[in-house]
Design a protein around this ligand. Sequence first.
Ligand SMILES: NC(=O)c1ccc[n+]([C@@H]2O[C@H](COP(=O)([O-])OP(=O)(O)OC[C@H]3O[C@@H](n4cnc5c(N)ncnc54)[C@H](OP(=O)(O)O)[C@@H]3O)[C@@H](O)[C@H]2O)c1
Length: 253
Amino acid sequence: MPVLGLGVWQMTAGSETEQAVEWALEAGYRHIDTASMYRNEQSVGAALRRSGLPREHVFVTTKLMPTHLSAARELDKSLGRLSLDYVDLYLIHWPLPLRSARLWRELESLHQRGLAREIGISNFGLDRLGKLMRGASRMPAVDQVQFSPFQYRRRLLDYCLEQGIVFEAYSPLERGKGLQDPTITAVAERLGRTPAQVMLRWAIQHQAVVIPKSSRKERIFSNAQLFDFELADNDMRILDALDRTNGSAQARG
Ligand SMILES: NC(=O)c1ccc[n+]([C@@H]2O[C@H](COP(=O)([O-])OP(=O)(O)OC[C@H]3O[C@@H](n4cnc5c(N)ncnc54)[C@H](OP(=O)(O)O)[C@@H]3O)[C@@H](O)[C@H]2O)c1
């Protein structure tokens, strides 16, 4: 699973999404994160087709709204909109306590049928993740949760890493609001980097996969410049201290 992906939440279907995905592929992203709830799977699919890249070169995630009764029917619709034969990762978008176990069994069968190469969950905190795992035949490959220096869920992170579950960070830029924080901007200025690069690098150094969203070409490109620098231990500690969750295990939806 590529450690950097483009998130497409809140992108309008049509030219905004198609253009952003095209720029991302041009910038070297090989991972796109969408969801049936975002209503832009069709545009993601159109951009992927136009890119001419072989299917197996791009990692595509979509998500199931757990309010739907049949995961099989919903994945079939998502695949139709994406014009794909399979997704690389299919996630339960958020936990619904009375449904998660049954939906998980359905996802396990979609995995067995090859329609989802991997299956996982999103917005599951420690308790719900533990409960799901106790009844599962197949472990979730991924837990996608909000994660940034301001939402540093270290207990959940540590648990996922121990269990071999990929920890995927959504809203890694705090939806753009973390970028003006004086601690972030000071580190960025000192290193000659953008605040977004610093926040994304922090998450990657905590072994998270990151899926920043941008619809702007220059930001899509600069957000991908993450692999030619490193945050020193001291800068990691400075950013760790911005946490507002006190290490809370619960991931919000
Ligand atoms: N599973 C879930 O429940 C869940 C929930 C939320 C998000 N997600 C996923 O995670 C992805 C990312 O999270 P997110 O969209 O909430 O927020 P985000 O990636 O933390 O931040 C996106 C915001 O930051 C701005 N931005 C991006 N790069 C920037 C830069 N270099 N400089 C200044 N501003 C910049 C974007 O504006 P512009 O577009 O104008 O550049 C946008 O307003 C989503 O797209 C979605 O795929 C999943």
